[in-house]
Design a protein around this ligand. Structure first.
Ligand code: AMP
Ligand code: GLY
Length: 454
């Protein structure tokens, strides 16, 4: 049943991080928003934008949460992270006229089971790395030990972005298999592993809103996964993102829509699974064309912190329509300015970090913005600092916050974001200075086509 967007629309936003802060910030710009509720564990930025839901947020309390949603007349539940979707919260919280933005457990399987995603891609001829899935360790080791090319060993389940190991040699691949399947370093997520060829090329994040039938492909983003400048050092949850991506011109996005997004949603439909929410394709632009590395069933983090400040349109209406199957009537457009989100991290990240350091300088980040430019802060690992003056905040995680700058061109947006991030102070704070280097750096392609053909 299609329902018009409620006005006012009361929303419960699940998730506690930077992506959710950006979503909440954008929701707050809508005249349709009623009361915005956030989780009890939300970061300090989210706590400023929403009222705190008094119910505990956990799989075991879902019944109570549902009753609470009834009492508070929640019209829409927006699910930020993947874990609740993998646990089937979307179907459990959608009741009566209440809608949930985010796919069902069955549809979210694209993210929580990489072996399943691989099988579906193969069946639908979607370009992806060649690979095989294993549930038996002996077979996985036998396969890994004869690899004479670099390969990638992936835990098939949800491993908080840490379950992927790039292996240059067969010995490394065998070790990665043992870590996942024998030593269980990713817990149950590694009971099944996918071993696939290592691809080369720039990465691209393409997110589409899908309402079951209609698609809306959002402007592309590029994330920076490695902790160090020049893409060196260990993988992280994301050190920054930018949008739009010069190499992702319209023709390339059309190929991705035609060869990846449409066939995967059709493949799900053939299994009688309807996808509603954001479908995120993580792609590598290889010399042979774009290939899928992974699907996610939610907005990317930190891509969202770069993308939403560029979104023109009413996010309450857009998310409601996606959740209720009327996306074709939504109005979506993007600010042509470039956005760069620089993530400020706590010392030691992606390893162990210390919490509880007071964050200073937030009031100064916007000072360098010129006419026609904007700077925003999206908090992630932060908490109110009870020991400081009113309104002060402290660190509570590895990725502390993102500073997003919007400017007329990508280089200026990057420089503004970088300089603004440098004004954020706490002991051990660091960030990457070279974001967007694949588009701006000396190795930047001369033309978009050259990048794809390289
Ligand atoms: P995933 O969670 O599958 O997206 O993998 C995380 C990161 O590992 C990706 O963003 C890539 O940087 C890298 N990766 C994953 N699969 C491959 C592959 N087949 N070849 C090269 N790099 C990969
Ligand atoms: N930025 C990568 C992700 O959200 O999975």
């Amino acid at each position: 049943m299609s329902l018009p967007t409620p006005e006012p629309c009361n929303i419960l936003l699940l998730g506690t991080g930077g992506r959710e802060h950006a979503i909440a910030w954008k929701l707050r710009q809508s005249s349709r928003l009623g009361t915005l509720w956030v989780e009890p564990g939300a970061n300090a930025g989210l706590l400023e934008l929403g009222r705190v839901c008094p119910e505990p947020i956990g799989a075991r309390e879902i019944f109570r949460l549902n009753r609470w949603c009834d009492r508070e007349n929640i019209h829409l539940v927006v699910v930020g992270p993947e874990a609740p979707l993998a646990e089937g919260w979307a179907e459990k919280l959608a009741e009566g006229e209440r809608r949930v933005f985010g796919p069902t457990r069955e549809a979210a399987r694209l993210e929580w089971d990489k072996a399943y995603a691989k099988q579906l891609m193969r069946a639908a001829s979607i370009p992806t790395a060649e690979g095989r899935s294993f549930t038996a360790i002996d077979a996985a080791i036998a396969y890994a030990s004869v690899r004479d090319e670099p390969c990638v060993v992936k835990a098939a389940g949800l491993a908080a972005g840490k379950g992927v190991v790039i292996c240059e040699t067969a010995d490394e691949a065998v070790e990665a298999v043992r870590n996942a399947m024998e030593r269980k370093v990713f817990g149950d997520a590694g009971s099944t592993v996918v071993i696939e060829e290592k691809l080369e090329g720039p990465e691209l994040s393409v997110m589409a809103l899908v309402d079951g039938r209609t698609f809306w492909v959002l402007d592309a983003c590029q994330d920076h996964k490695r902790v160090g400048e020049g893409d060196t050092g260990p993988n992280t949850g994301g050190m920054g993102a930018y949008s739009p991506v010069p190499i992702a011109e319209e023709a390339l996005l059309a190929v991705i829509e035609r060869e990846v997004l449409v066939p995967i949603v059709d493949a799900l439909r053939r299994e009688e699974i309807e996808y509603r929410g954001v479908l995120y394709a993580g792609l590598m632009l290889t010399p042979g064309g774009p290939k899928v590395l992974e699907f996610n069933c939610r907005f990317g983090d930190p891509e969202t912190q770069a993308l939403l400040p560029r979104l023109r349109g009413d996010l309450v209406d857009i998310l409601w329509r996606t959740a209720s199957g009327t996306l074709d009537e939504a109005e979506i457009d993007f600010d042509p300015r470039a956005a760069v989100a620089t993530v400020v991290c706590a010392g030691g990240y992606p390893g162990h970090v210390k919490a509880g350091d007071r964050i200073e300088g937030l009031g100064e980040v916007g000072s360098a913005a010129g006419a026609g430019e904007d700077v925003f802060i999206f908090q992630a690992g932060t908490a109110p600092d009870a020991s400081g003056p009113s309104g002060s905040i402290a660190t509570r995680g590895g990725r502390v916050l993102a500073v997003t700058a919007l400017a007329g061109d990508l280089r200026r947006a990057r420089d503004l974001s970088r300089d603004a991030a440098a004004k954020v102070r706490f002991p051990g704070a660091f960030h990457r200075n070279d974001l967007a280097h694949r588009s701006l750096g000396p190795a930047a392609p001369r033309s978009p086509r050259a990048a794809i053909a390289r």
